[in-house]
Design a protein around this ligand. Structure first.
Ligand SMILES: NC(=O)c1ccc[n+]([C@@H]2O[C@H](COP(=O)([O-])OP(=O)(O)OC[C@H]3O[C@@H](n4cnc5c(N)ncnc54)[C@H](O)[C@@H]3O)[C@@H](O)[C@H]2O)c1
Length: 336
């Protein structure tokens, strides 16, 4: 199965990862339909550098709230493949303040999209999970936790977000067992890159720090927590490579995680961002703020063996591209 000959729907296709995926699939020659309610995504994410849209927005974009099953069923149909990326995603502060909202929204979105795929006989469903679904006791140790997919159960994710994403994986596995649909489950670590949200209310650690560095000294360069918590940061192009491999190689193989397999502390990431800014900034570590899990790192043996995938973009290169993109967006009055 080659991704460029399939009629493809990308839910959440106006979001960060979704819009990068749509651009790549269109460049591959695929016809892609995007479904998104623009809760966090934007149509501007689907523009080329010259301002034109990569898809025919009037024909192939549907602004639909996927928590509404009837609306969902109307647009999730007539396709060979659904990449389901729509969900509520945000930074640590938002994720813990709005746990119940996120949990309910994501459960509804995920169950509706999958049920619509099955009702409308779409044969292939790719779901995107998160490393936040690993049990919290494995993430809260001092030291580096190298995690394998089989360590997911017994389950105890740290947040409502992690639980909601795990339930999405679980229901997809149930659907696969029915024999009526092929299911691909790709589980991601912390993704960054051009297209990422840097809106202060919902953004994740790296874009939030980049934004603060660009605004410094008008805004303090504060890192939440001790800075000693670490993450496995993966550049969006590497994620898109893995997503494109899923239809041909990753279906019905259970969860496959992708990450850089490298542990980077927030302190190290902050220092790299300061270097990119060219400014004389001393990061302030605010231990009164939540820092999320202490850390986890992917073991990508399954991604290598099943998909033939490997991570290619190192953090320094990826951060430079992300920094330049955010700086450009902030300099452009339309984006502001
Ligand atoms: N960014 C990461 O680090 C990361 C890590 C692991 C997994 N993921 C998963 O990848 C997927 C994409 O994440 P992202 O970072 O691109 O986030 P994003 O917020 O940029 O994209 C999600 C999209 O879903 C849309 N959406 C939200 N609620 C909706 C609804 N009710 N109906 C229709 N559309 C709705 C949003 O508008 C947005 O465009 C998500 O499923 C997320 O859980 C992301």
């Amino acid at each position: 199965m080659s991704s460029n000959t399939l009629r493809t729907i990308v839910t959440g296709g106006a979001g960060f990862i979704g819009s990068n995926l749509v651009k790549r699939l269109v460049a591959d020659g695929a016809r892609v339909t995007v479904v998104d309610n623009l809760w966090r995504g934007t149509l501007d994410n689907l523009r080329r550098p010259d301002g034109s849209f990569v898809i025919d927005v009037d024909r192939d974009f549907h602004k639909v709230d996927l928590t509404d099953f009837d609306a969902c069923k109307q647009v999730i149909g007539g396709a060979d493949l659904v990449y389901h990326l729509a969900d509520i995603v945000g930074g640590v502060h938002f994720a813990f303040r709005e746990e119940r909202f996120i949990f309910r929204q994501n459960l509804l979105i995920n169950t509706n999209v999958l049920a619509a795929c099955m009702a409308n006989e779409i044969p292939n469903y790719v779901y995107v999970g998160t490393a936040c679904s690993f049990p919290k006791h494995l993430q809260m140790i001092d030291g580096i936790a190298k995690l394998r997919e089989e360590q997911t159960y017994p389950a105890e994710p740290e947040s409502g977000y992690g639980w909601s994403k795990l339930m999405g994986e679980y229901e997809a596995e149930l659907a696969q067992r029915s024999g009526k649909i092929n299911v691909g489950l790709l589980r991601l670590h912390n993704v960054y890159g051009p297209g990422v949200s840097f809106d202060p209310a919902h953004s994740q650690a790296l874009p939030a720090l980049i934004r603060k560095a660009i605004l410094h000294p008008a805004e303090p360069f504060t890192v939440w927590g001790s800075g000693n918590q670490y993450r496995d940061f993966i550049f969006v192009d590497d994620v898109i490579d893995a997503l494109r491999l899923m239809p041909s190689k990753g279906m019905n193989h259970g969860v496959i995680q992708v990450g850089s397999e490298k542990a980077t502390s927030l302190r190290e990431a902050a220092e790299l961002i300061v270097q990119l800014s060219g400014k004389n900034i001393a990061p302030v570590f605010d231990e009164g703020k939540p820092q999320g899990d202490r850390g986890r790192v992917a073991v990508c043996d399954r991604a290598r063996a099943i998909l033939g995938w490997s991570c290619k973009v190192d953090l320094k290169t990826g951060l430079r591209r992300t920094y330049d993109w955010i700086a450009n967006q902030m300099a452009c009055p339309q984006a502001a």
